[in-house]
Design a binder for this molecule. Structure first.
Ligand code: NDP
Length: 285
């Protein structure tokens, strides 16, 4: 009997543009560490081809795929099943194939929750302020509400997006929420326990930080950034200088990847190895 096995298990990443997305480094480090014959394939998929690409996952025997800009919302009508979380968030970043059917999941907010808990930050009963109302902010806000936060304040420049997210939290999760307009240097509500920077400000190569009154970011507030690259943003540096406990976007990124890893392989993700590989890659930026 031959002991040779040549067929790899396949995972995709669909996006456009996608060439600068480094998730392949994180994932392949995990596959290698566990000796798994899996390949993570970064693929340029144009919006008009998304339905065909999702159908191809089944035809080609893929285990699943990640989705990035601009497919996270548009993919939903093409899926057989949608998790409760993804339904609430209204976006999917991970598909896994089970019994020949596609399941949509959103792991972004869940990765953030794991990162918070691993750092000893409890959520239940806490008042939380989120800067931003885009995809990452929605995922984080919904998961924080499902973890029984007491109140969630959304601060966002675009009024419609900000108030829509605040309304979604109130109506779909039952957690109280308000929206603060962001047309000035914004003060953070003083009763905030956890502050989440969920805008794209500060993402490499942008060296800036959001326009907030940093003298209102004070202990015992925990200041978190979703931006994973650079690993330490200016927002995080300023919060640290003020004496706050901080959490960068890197553990969120690696933990959300770890959830996909488990859904596709059935194995616990070697998160430490994946973290080191990702950090190493970002240090080349
Ligand atoms: P979106 O484009 O969906 O949302 C961007 C958000 O940033 C919007 O709320 C937008 O406000 C706000 N924003 C942009 N520029 C400014 C500014 N100058 N001042 C104030 N607000 C601003 O992006 P995503 O939510 O998908 O991504 C946001 C960040 O999260 C990115 O840096 C991404 O890398 C990161 N991310 C990290 C993940 C992780 O695992 N660590 C996972 C997913 C994303 P407005 O609505 O007013 O336009």
């Amino acid at each position: 009997m031959s002991e040779k096995h040549y067929k790899s298990e396949l995972i995709g990443l669909f996006g456009s543009p996608v060439d600068e997305n480094p998730t392949v480094i994180t994932m392949e480090a995990g596959f290698k560490a566990l000796g798994l014959n899996y390949r993570y394939c970064t693929m340029e998929v144009k919006p008009e081809n998304l339905g065909t690409a999702v159908a191809a996952l089944k035809a080609l025997g893929f285990k699943g795929t990640n989705l990035t800009i601009p497919h996270k919302v548009a993919v939903i009508p093409h899926l057989d099943h949608l998790s409760e979380g993804a339904k609430l968030i209204g976006a999917v970043n991970t598909i896994y194939i089970k019994d020949g059917e596609t399941h949509g999941e959103n792991t972004d907010g869940k990765g953030f929750i794991i990162a918070l808990k691993e750092n000893g930050v409890s959520i239940e009963g806490k008042r939380i302020t989120i800067l931003g109302a885009g995809g990452a902010a929605r995922a984080v806000a919904v998961e924080l509400a499902l973890e029984k936060a007491a109140h969630i304040t959304i601060i966002n420049v675009n009024k419609e997006r900000g108030s829509t997210l605040s309304g979604l939290i109130r109506e779909k999760t039952g957690v109280s929420s308000d929206y603060i307009s962001w047309d000035h240097t914004c003060a953070i509500p003083p009763d905030t326990s956890i502050l989440v920077q969920a805008t794209s400000v500060g993402l490499f190569p942008d060296p800036n930080c959001p326009d907030i009154a940093y003298d209102t970011v004070r202990p015992p507030m925990v200041a978190c950034d979703v931006v994973p690259n650079p690993p330490e943003t200016l927002f995080i540096r300023k919060a640290k200088e003020n004496g706050c406990k901080t959490l960068t976007g890197l553990p969120m990124l690696v933990n959300q990847a770890g959830i996909g890893f488990r859904l596709w392989t059935g194995r616990e993700a070697p998160v430490d190895v994946m973290m080191e590989a990702t950090l190493n890659e970002f240090s080349k930026s």
